[in-house]
Design a protein around this ligand. Structure first.
Ligand SMILES: Cc1cc2nc3c(=O)[nH]c(=O)nc-3n(C[C@H](O)[C@H](O)[C@H](O)COP(=O)(O)O)c2cc1C
Length: 180
């Protein structure tokens, strides 16, 4: 068995971590395009692709203040770029048997593609969902069927030696076969 591609993927997944302190160094547009393209390749339910991205330069007038207004943690102000992942509920698949809206599932896969691609390029990122979503929706003038699902700060990490967050063991999360 050839585990080489898996080993590279595993190392990338292990390298990616939430970054909460960034250098002010700008991020080249080519790198932003690369991570957005990785997000674009994500699978989605019935291939509806109900996700779009708003890319904001933190130094553009009003941007950093707007982000701080909806997410008042000072660390986020260090990031040079914010990517807002927007879920488009009107385009997403809703499961016929129970009507479950799969927007969040599709956004989550795409955002994690983006974060892993950022890590592969030496960039830090962090999922942020604990922001004032209705306020950001209003400030960005979004239509009713769209939702800002995640704010993702992106930039070169200023952090060093941040301890890795623990994970449950496989024994805790995997059930092999039916329960006896
Ligand atoms: C859906 C989701 C929402 C999150 N929201 C926030 C957030 O609002 N603020 C924050 O600092 N981190 C947030 N995180 C980051 C998690 O705290 C982090 O992924 C977790 O503690 C594991 O750490 P790691 O990413 O460094 O491995 C979020 C992560 C996910 C997946």
């Amino acid at each position: 068995m050839d585990f080489s591609a898996y080993t590279r993927f595993h190392a990338l997944a292990q390298d990616r971590r939430s970054c909460r302190d960034y250098l002010s160094t700008p991020v080249d547009r080519s790198l932003l395009l690369a991570i957005l393209d990785a997000a674009r390749l994500a699978p989605s339910a019935v291939n509806r692709q109900p996700v779009r991205y708003i890319v904001l330069d933190a130094n553009d007038p009003g941007v950093r203040d707007m982000i701080l207004k909806v997410y008042g943690r000072q660390w986020i102000a260090t990031a040079p770029v914010y990517i807002i992942a927007v879920g488009m509920h009107g385009q997403a698949w809703h499961r016929p048997c129970d009507g479950k809206d799969h927007t969040d599932v599709d956004v989550a896969i795409a955002v994690e593609h983006l974060c892993l691609a950022a890590a592969a390029l030496g960039l830090g990122s962090c999922w942020v969902c604990n922001f004032e979503a209705p306020e950001l929706h209003r400030l960005l003038g979004m239509p009713d069927d769209e939702e800002p699902v995640a704010v993702i700060p992106v930039g070169y990490p200023a952090e060093t030696d941040v301890p890795r967050r623990g994970r449950k063991s496989l024994d805790e999360i995997v059930q092999w076969g039916l329960k006896a």
